[in-house]
Design a binder for this molecule. Structure first.
Ligand code: MD3
Ligand code: FE
Length: 208
């Protein structure tokens, strides 16, 4: 695949970085993780309202949320109590290819958009101790309309379509930008049954 594009504000954009065969083997890796660490339904702090996205993790630490304890990283699955499975080697290799100077990721959040209405509201990633190391995201399955804003909630936003095999890294200033998923596009991919979409987000959590 061609070199990733280094955009403004530290955005690194590698559309179609993974070809179909690479998407398929990665999907098998993710399925193997999910057999050991099943998807669960995260809930919002305080209100306990369920998110429309189901989640799991791989890595020494996983991002979780529930009514009682809110947003956090922890070493074990909230339902099974088992440690998260390791981050698949193929994802670690992808991280080093795109971010050769970054310390290794500790968390791989698996987001599962399983129905047409699944979305993720505008937010910043700020639960990590290390807020400087870039975040890397891989999309599989249905296309999604991704929204990227700025450092403040009210800043202007732009929309980008994330498709299966696309890799996006947020380095520099963009690491701190507001972002979210507006909607999933049905019948846009044959990798997964429409309208399903998977997003893998790799993060450094502790300071190296
Ligand atoms: C921009 N996930 O898990 S991935 C998340 O498609 C998350 O599931 C979305 O936002 C998804 O936190 C978007 C692209 C992404 C990931 C991390 C970012 C964009 C980001 C961190 C900072 C700025
Ligand atoms: Fe995010």
């Amino acid at each position: 695949m061609a070199a990733p594009l280094h955009g403004e504000d530290g955005l690194i954009w590698a559309p179609g970085w993974l070809d179909r065969a690479a998407q398929q083997v990665l999907l098998e890796d993710v399925r193997a993780v999910l057999r050991r660490a099943p998807l669960y339904t995260p809930t919002m702090p305080r209100s306990g309202a369920p998110l429309s996205v189901r989640m799991s993790n791989a890595g020494a630490l996983g991002w979780v949320t529930d009514k009682q304890d809110g947003y956090r990283y922890q070493a074990t699955h909230p339902a099974t109590g088992a440690p998260w499975p390791p981050i698949p080697a193929r994802l670690l290799a992808l991280w080093s290819d795109i971010l050769p100077d970054a310390p290794p990721p500790e968390a791989c959040l698996i987001n599962w958009y399983g129905q047409a209405g699944a979305r993720m509201g505008l937010h910043r990633d700020r639960d990590e101790e290390d807020l400087e190391t870039p975040v890397l995201s891989v999309s599989l399955g249905a296309d999604a309309w991704f929204r990227l804003g700025g450092l403040r909630r009210g800043d202007p936003t732009r929309r980008m379509k994330l498709s299966s095999g696309d890799v996006l890294a947020l380095a520099g200033k963009s690491r701190h930008f507001y972002h979210g998923i507006d909607r999933i596009v049905p019948d846009s991919s044959t990798l997964l049954t429409s309208p399903q979409r998977l997003n893998l987000t790799l993060r450094r959590v502790t300071r190296a």
